[in-house]
Design a protein around this ligand. Sequence first.
Ligand SMILES: Cc1cc2nc3c(=O)[nH]c(=O)nc-3n(C[C@H](O)[C@H](O)[C@H](O)COP(=O)(O)O)c2cc1C
Length: 378
Amino acid sequence: MTQILEIRDLKALAKRRVPKLFFDYADSGAWTEGTYRANEEDFAKIKLRQRVLVDMSNRSLETTMIGHKVSMPVALAPTGLTGMQHADGEMLAAQAAEAYGIPFTLSTMSICSIEDVASVTTKPFWFQLYVMREREFVLNLIDRAKAAKCSALVLTLDLQILGQRHKDLRNGLSAPPRMTPKHLWQMATRPRWCMKMLGTKRRTFRNIVGHAKSVTDLSSLGAWTNEQFDPQLSWKDVEWIKERWGGPLILKGILDPEDAKMAAKTGADAIVVSNHGGRQLDGAPSSISMLPRIVDAVGHHIEVHIDGGIRSGQDVLKAIALGAKGTFIGRPFLYGLGAMGKEGVTLALDIIRKEMDVTMALCGKRNIADVSRDILAE
Ligand SMILES: Cc1cc2nc3c(=O)[nH]c(=O)nc-3n(C[C@H](O)[C@H](O)[C@H](O)COP(=O)(O)O)c2cc1C
């Protein structure tokens, strides 16, 4: 096996170890995947400023995100079906993040439930909320996150309706996977994955089944999610959600300065500049290309975070240089998880941390707090 030195190596290994339909679910964007590609490509266009003969000793990446101490400005993004990349995936990723001293965000559409993750962690994690039409279910979900002592609510705003991802339709994606000859073959060729999956009882959307009124078994779930995302979600809804939750609130999925201004007015603690990893509006600009404008518009009023296309510690540093206070990574940790379970998530974080640390030093900085636009080349 080749040495694993960068996130790309973890992706290649995940591709060999995760059944095609679930690997493709992670490695996909909407329609032409143009925005998905742009998220990564636009980071590469930003150049760094090399400095020499400055003291590079005693470096620190420690900072805060919404006031929470983090060992580096990176959080694990909420991702659906993570427990299908690897058995018990959300529990393992949460443990890796906790050991690393960074936030883990559990998706509403996770396989392991809020309670599952709480049972294997000792520090609070963050919970991501999708607002469904069945309001009783949403209220209950918020209360469950509170009961599990989640320390921030991440409210996703950019998925009122679902973007179309061709790969998922062609693969006939579902959780658990259907037992057609094609799906059976995809799994049979990934025996490690199968063995682990047979060893867990967590194979469906455990935040939902048994909690939402209309979902009693798996066959009704697909129909439920299609119908349930609320296309009428509005800024008014943010108010009651904020009130019901009563804790730190992060608004995720802002890509436009006007929306950023609206978000800042809600009194939320942070926004995440995001296009959902290129999975929703194909043709939208990359997250990193919109970051400077959004920071200029609201950076003095609200903390600005970003996700989309981060594949290295250099990318994190570039985002911080352009004014982000924190970043989220989705696919990098999913590839680590699919490749090697918890150890793979830790390895993904190690890779990013080391790249960030060395890059910061070679740009002549010792502390992440001192990183600003002046580390970027003209
Ligand atoms: C497989 C997958 C599933 C996702 N599921 C969710 C989700 O359930 N809720 C959500 O708010 N965002 C979801 N996202 C978006 C991520 O939170 C994040 O915005 C995106 O992955 C960042 O881009 P990156 O993967 O390039 O780091 C998902 C992304 C991926 C790749």
